[in-house]
Design a protein around this ligand. Structure first.
Ligand code: GCW
Length: 721
């Protein structure tokens, strides 16, 4: 009887454990007790204490805290923090913080850069230990997270010999958070910054935000929208910003601000913001000094200038370099940097919008000050489901360029669709620019190895909001995670990143991991299929960018209208960007030009990006373009249905709440995929005049119906405040 009761209680607690609802708040930092008893025992015999001499250094202290909480949680027992070396200890520190680590003579200088770390098994004075070491406190923190990750993903820790260092220096999130707490292109609620409660109240979220970022190696954050409000530079707000900086500092995260170029006028009451005006220069210098008086390790500014209505140096007939250099001078004494965005295009300029950034920036290569880095979006247009890499990469050997990815899914299904972005990021990072002959990938440009840039950086437009689970869609968290991982090491595969993320976020259950990975890895291509196959781009809804609207032609600027981009007519569809058209291809290296210029060698995924292609053009599959377009749109919908089936097949492997959450969103995604397919094919059919494929599901609505749809309150489309 006793035995039975005992069994029952074990069963019951397991049951409770299974039912315990996950709300996603903990992200991938879940430190629940390891369920597999064999594994648990193995880890417990290897980890008995933690030995870190943190000397009250904040970052080391965070490492200690994290190891203590993490290991205690995972091993299901409070792990002792020892004050001397014991057997089976985890030791962490730098040669400067720990004489023990100094004595080990680890090859830190040879194998790591300043933020890198080593994790090795050692026997010290007869005691078996695991050593996490770095040259800096931040590196120790990254190493601590990495070690926890090994256990979360159930790796063997008995013969560790890991060395890992970030390949890029500035790894930063860009929040497009407005001061009224709306988030431009945000689909996860309001901004997490509670300005009205700062500086007095430090929300636990700020700390958990910093922890999450540090756990993936992110070391900076721009907390306000690039469509900036100058009030962020007022004394009241700088004090609030300083409170956030104080909260992030123990996690190695620096704060940066988006600067509005007209601040000297709007805030300083000057008559001009001309970068050559001595008073303007002085205003910025003083303002910058003031910022540093509150935030001594302030990172610097990001600037969106002369783009989409934002003021900039061109208002005064000065160049981007003039503007950036003026701010660089103000920041230089404090070692701050300027991230000057290259996302510029003008309606008044008659050239193809995708050519304008290159045209405006390339001539200034080599004229930027050394603390300026030009921030370039991954593609020449605007974060589309698929774009070729931006031609500026490889074209500015004397100017550090940093990458801007958009983590938030403005064009990738917003808050409703499961789209894992690592494959998109990898596609761009791995693309060969042919800058110095073959092998100069985009990654090698931004990590500085091709052109020996001293300053290197990568930015991701954040998808974080105040939704309980931070990112809205449970799988959107994987994009924040993947961005950080690739920012640290762009050689990681999408698959490895997904594998780790799934294990840490959900479960190590093998069938769950395999199936979920399949869903994630295919999801980006699936989205391309039902939204913008074969190189189509920018055919989404006006303003809010939700849903399909390839027919739109009434927006104020020509280059905001979908018809500008697809150019469908009775002959065919696609934007001619070869020498016969806008010649955007001239901005790429000759090797690339050659392949893309010829419609027969152009990769088909970029066909309509570069070629206005006849409807009856013979594709490599033997189908006509029209047939292929239909096939792609249909396959996109089918693939979403397969995603649904796959998800349903792993029911019961994770808690019901999260399972249902994803299931419901996949159903929404399926509807939206059908909507994209039907609306786009019915519309393009008015030009091709060719039939939809027979024997498959036909659109259940008319084109007029799709055209009539209006969406008034789509998130992320709020004004700039
Ligand atoms: O993608 C577009 C967005 C704008 C954004 C702009 C930019 C912050 O639609 O909302 O503004 O890019 O990157 O500056």
């Amino acid at each position: 009887m006793k035995k039975l009761l005992c069994l029952l209680s074990v069963f019951f607690s397991l049951f409770i454990y299974q039912l315990h609802a996950e709300d996603g708040y903990r992200l991938w930092l879940r430190y629940d007790k390891i369920a597999d008893p064999v594994l648990l025992t193995a880890y417990k015999t290897q980890i008995k204490s933690i030995y870190i001499n943190d000397n009250h250094a904040p970052v080391l202290h965070s490492a200690k805290q994290e190891l203590s909480n993490g290991l205690s949680g995972l091993l299901g027992t409070k792990i002792k923090i020892a004050d001397s070396l014991e057997d089976q200890a985890v030791i962490a520190g730098t040669p400067y913080s720990s004489s023990l680590i100094a004595q080990l003579n680890l090859p830190l200088i040879q194998k790591t850069n300043s933020e890198g770390f080593l994790i090795v098994n050692k026997v010290i004075a007869g005691k078996k230990c695991i050593v996490i070491a770095s040259l800096t406190d931040a590196g120790v923190l990254y190493g601590a997270f990495h070690f926890l990750q090994l256990i979360q993903t159930q790796q063997n820790i008995s013969s560790l010999n890991i060395s890992s260092s970030p390949k890029i220096k500035v790894r930063i999130l860009n929040h497009w958070d407005n001061m009224n707490r709306t988030v431009e292109r945000g689909y996860a609620g309001f901004s997490i910054w509670k300005w009205h409660l700062l500086p007095g109240y430090i929300d636990q979220r700020y700390i958990d935000y910093a922890r999450a970022n540090a756990s993936i190696g992110i070391n900076g954050t721009v907390i306000n929208n690039v469509n900036a409000n100058v009030q962020i530079f007022s004394k009241d707000y700088l004090i609030k910003v300083a409170a956030l900086a104080d909260a992030f500092r123990p996690y190695g995260i620096k704060v940066y601000l988006a600067a509005k170029f007209s601040a000297p006028i709007e805030l300083g009451k000057l008559k001009t913001a001309d970068p050559f005006d001595p008073q303007v220069k002085e205003w910025w210098a003083k303002k910058t000094d003031e910022i540093y008086s509150y935030i001594p390790d302030f990172g610097g500014f990001i600037v969106k200038a002369n783009s989409e209505g934002q003021p900039g140096p061109q208002n005064y007939k000065r160049t981007h370099a003039d503007g950036a250099n003026m701010l660089a001078d103000a920041l230089a004494p404090h070692k701050g940097i300027v991230m000057w965005r290259a996302f510029v295009y003008s309606n008044e300029t008659p050239t193809d919008r995708t050519k304008q950034a290159y045209d405006e920036f390339k001539p200034f290569d080599g004229t930027f000050k050394s603390n300026v880095i030009v921030q370039v979006k991954n593609g020449p247009l605007d974060f589309q489901p698929r774009e070729p890499f931006h031609p500026l990469f490889g074209a500015m050997p004397k100017t550090p360029l940093m990458m801007e990815f958009q983590i938030t899914q403005e064009y990738l299904g917003q808050g409703t669709q499961l789209v894992y972005e690592a494959p998109l990021m990898k596609e761009v990072l791995d693309a060969d620019t042919y800058a110095n002959g073959k092998g100069a990938t985009v990654a090698s440009i931004i990590d500085g190895s091709t052109n020996d840039y001293k300053l290197t950086g990568i930015a991701g437009v954040s998808n974080i909001g105040d939704d309980k689970n931070w990112c809205g869609h449970p799988f959107a968290q994987s994009n924040w995670y993947a961005f950080g991982k690739l920012a640290w090491d762009h050689t990681l595969s999408s698959e490895k990143i997904a594998d780790d993320w799934i294990r840490m976020t959900f479960t190590n259950d093998a069938s769950f991991v395999t199936t979920t990975k399949k869903i994630m890895l295919g999801s980006r291509e699936t989205m391309v299929h039902y939204m913008t196959p074969l190189g189509l781009h920018h055919i989404m809804g006006d303003g809010h960018h939700y849903g399909p609207s390839p027919w739109s032609d009434k927006l104020g600027r020509a280059d905001w209208n979908p018809v500008y981009y697809h150019r469908a007519d009775s002959i065919g569809v696609g934007f001619e960007r070869t020498a016969k058209g806008s010649n955007a291809l001239e901005q790429y290296a000759p090797e690339i030009r050659k392949i893309y210029e010829d419609i027969n060698t152009c990769p088909e995924e970029y066909l309509l990006w570069f070629h206005h292609t006849p409807w009856n053009y013979k594709m490599r599959s033997g189908k006509t373009l029209w047939e292929e377009l239909c096939a792609k749109y249909y396959s996109g919908v089918n693939e979403v249905r397969t995603m649904q089936q796959n998800w349903n097949s792993i029911k019961g492997k994770i808690d019901e709440e999260q399972f249902e959450h994803v299931k419901m969103l996949l159903a929404v995604q399926e509807k939206e995929a059908v909507w994209w397919r039907n609306a786009c094919l019915l519309y393009f059919q008015t030009f091709s005049k060719m039939p939809l494929p027979a024997g498959v599901e036909q659109p259940n609505q008319t084109l007029d119906y799709y055209k009539s749809l209006r969406f008034q309150f789509v998130p992320g489309n709020g004004g700039n405040n």
